[in-house]
Design a protein around this ligand. Sequence first.
Ligand code: CTP
Ligand code: ZN
Length: 156
Amino acid sequence: MSAENREVRVSKIKDGTVIDHISGGYALDVAKILGITGHEHQVVTIAMNVPSKRFRTKDIVKIEGRALSRQELNRIALLAPKASINIIRNYKVVEKQEVKLPTVIEDIVKCINPTCITNSNEPVLAKFRVDSEEPLMLRCLYCGYILEKADLLRQF
Ligand code: CTP
Ligand code: ZN
């Protein structure tokens, strides 16, 4: 049997979004930030720690009948900076996008330091510098607090 035939595959989807090349172990976090609880009437396939040519192992999240907003893509970039987004229509990949983690994160994350100016009544929006992608470390540009992945997951 050829290597191709031996590969275990999850089924293709008809219409929707495939988030591929998520670092192994992060699929459930990606599902969480997309608000997927399993109680939606939506077909979702999650594959975890499957062998990958590009990386050692990868996770995949396939969502039937749903497109993702810019904000959702930005959130995915925080947890899975190497993910590729495939838009599927009638079983074909019609669009492929790489998510990109910017060096400065604005808007989508709140600082966890209660005394940070961004949590006061001042009209100052939170801003972070990406100190490290994996493990994720975001440094608040106002108070210097470091946020980690768990701090973000509590917010989404
Ligand atoms: N996919 C799917 N349903 C479809 C078409 C594609 O679930 N109808 C999935 C594939 O299983 C794969 C991803 O979408 O996980 C991207 O598909 P494709 O571009 O065909 O795969 P690759 O060439 O391996 O992608 P890449 O070059 O990004 O690795
Ligand atoms: Zn702060």
